[in-house]
Write a protein that binds this ligand. Structure first.
Ligand code: JHZ
Ligand code: ZN
Length: 424
């Protein structure tokens, strides 16, 4: 099934490095390399170190269709499987965010329909769909990682465990009818076969239906030098420019955009069949803003590369100084993003003693590549370090609110987005 659904993608797996754009086929080449990288969510035990998988993490920008993409990606099964380590519901703030997302879609596109049907791609543990389930709305989650899908089912969210593509879409439409809304959050940027998804959306979406998805936003990544958004799972970092172009090719029109603060700066894109719905003025506004920011120009990415190098140098200077001064440094949040940070910068267990993380499946294991132990929050609370390196910088507000006793007791934090800094 995988081979058929990912017929475009199978050409690009393994050691093969892509030299043409996944969207338009124009020639592309990387403008920088983050070096050898492991699977971002591949937490492992010491006995597994010897067999750890690495690939070269190298991003490219397509000057033709403006898609930002990595040129080499591990096979999907190496990333999304029955031991997938990221559970969306670990953040209370994200639970509220997805409730608001679901409410917004319901009000604008679902209310008043006789028997609406909502599909979510990559529905993880059901963090968004459970809001539709609670309202008694016909829904279906499509989630390839079997373990998180099982959690969703146990929460009353109807879920199938497959990769989404043209064939799955046709099966769903046969069984359930056409969808009024197809949703995806932090998922579209994970799927290399964007063409296959577009075909799937076309065959599953009702004539006046909407496809609404959000992902980390290229504009924020460039502005904040948040290079850690780039890792194996994130094959694309989208902009309105690139999304509009990628889907225009399949008769789908970008009709609205809405910036989000989640994941350090995201964008929500709403698409519909061309001409089926009015286009918001927000679309032209964001396209103009992106051109002014230079997101359509290769020079912007050369500057980004230099900013990444500065960030790496500053972080390692600080961590080396703290190590020499005998300070204890602990990491907070064993994020996917931190795999890029630690492996690109060269952070070792000599710099960071352990990383505190509330996700049970990560605890007791080590981080990919850098091999820093991951421990429960109780270990952090029991022996507060001098400095805490905030790998989950995107959850800063929530974490600061929970850690007032550490901070009030003199504990210091280190962030590296948008620049390396100690606070308070
Ligand atoms: P967090 C994930 O990236 C994975 P990650 C995925 N690839 C994706 O696309 C992005 O999201 C958008 C822990 N934590 O949300 C929980 C605490 O320990 O930044 C998580 O392990 N204490 C699908 O992995 C991690 O930090 C806390 O108080 O970069 C946060 O991971 C909080 C709030 C979190 O996503
Ligand atoms: Zn292209």
């Amino acid at each position: 099934m995988y081979e058929r659904q990912y017929s475009v993608y199978v050409w690009h797996v393994g050691d093969f490095k892509l030299d043409s754009c996944r969207v338009c086929g124009a020639p592309i080449s990387p403008f920088m390399s983050f070096g050898q990288m492991p699977i971002a969510n591949g937490f492992l035990r010491p006995e597994e170190f010897a067999d750890e998988y690495f690939f070269e993490l190298a991003p490219a920008f397509c000057s033709s269709c403006h898609m930002f993409q990595i040129v080499e990606q591990p096979e999907p099964q190496a990333m999304f499987h029955e031991n997938y380590a990221f559970f969306s519901s670990t953040s209370k703030y994200m639970q509220d965010h997805f409730k608001a997302f679901a409410d917004d879609v319901s009000e604008r596109f679902i209310a008043g329909r006789p028997s609406p049907f909502v599909v979510e791609l990559g529905s993880n543990d059901g963090i968004m769909l459970r809001n539709f389930a609670a309202a008694g709305i016909h829904h279906l989650g499509v989630e390839p990682s079997a373990n998180v899908a099982e959690v969703a089912r146990s929460n009353g969210v109807e879920t199938i465990s497959v990769f989404f593509g043209a064939e799955t879409a046709a099966d769903i439409a046969d069984q359930h009818g056409k969808a009024n809304a197809i949703l995806a959050a932090n998922v579209m940027c994970h799927i290399p076969d964007i063409q296959g998804v577009a075909l799937g959306v076309r065959s599953l979406l009702a004539d006046d239906g909407v496809f609404v998805f959000e992902d980390p936003y290229l504009g924020d990544m460039i502005e904040k030098t948040s290079y850690d958004q780039i890792y194996d799972e994130h094959v694309f970092i989208f902009s309105a420019l690139s999304v509009a172009e990628a889907f225009r090719r399949h008769g789908l029109e970008l009709i609205d955009v809405a910036p989000q603060v989640t994941h350090g700066g995201s964008m929500r894109y709403t698409l519909a069949f061309e001409g089926a719905r009015p286009v918001s003025s927000a679309v032209e506004t964001i396209l103009a803003k992106e051109r002014a920011q230079g997101l359509d120009k290769p020079e912007t990415y050369d500057r980004f590369r230099m900013n990444c190098e500065t960030s790496r140098r500053d972080l390692m200077t600080l961590l080396n100084e703290l190590r020499e001064a005998g300070k204890r440094v602990v990491g907070y949040g064993a994020t996917s993003k931190s795999t890029t940070t630690m492996n690109y910068c060269g952070v070792t267990p000599d710099h960071v003693e352990f990383i505190s993380d509330t996700t049970p499946i990560k605890q007791g294991k080590c981080t990919p590549g850098a091999h820093i132990p991951v421990k429960p929050h109780a270990d952090f609370a029991a022996a507060p370090p001098d400095y805490t390196l905030l790998f989950a910088w995107n959850h800063q507000r929530e974490i600061m609110a929970n850690e007032t006793s550490y901070t009030d007791g003199g504990g210091k934090w280190i962030t590296y987005i948008p620049k390396v800094e100690i606070f308070p």
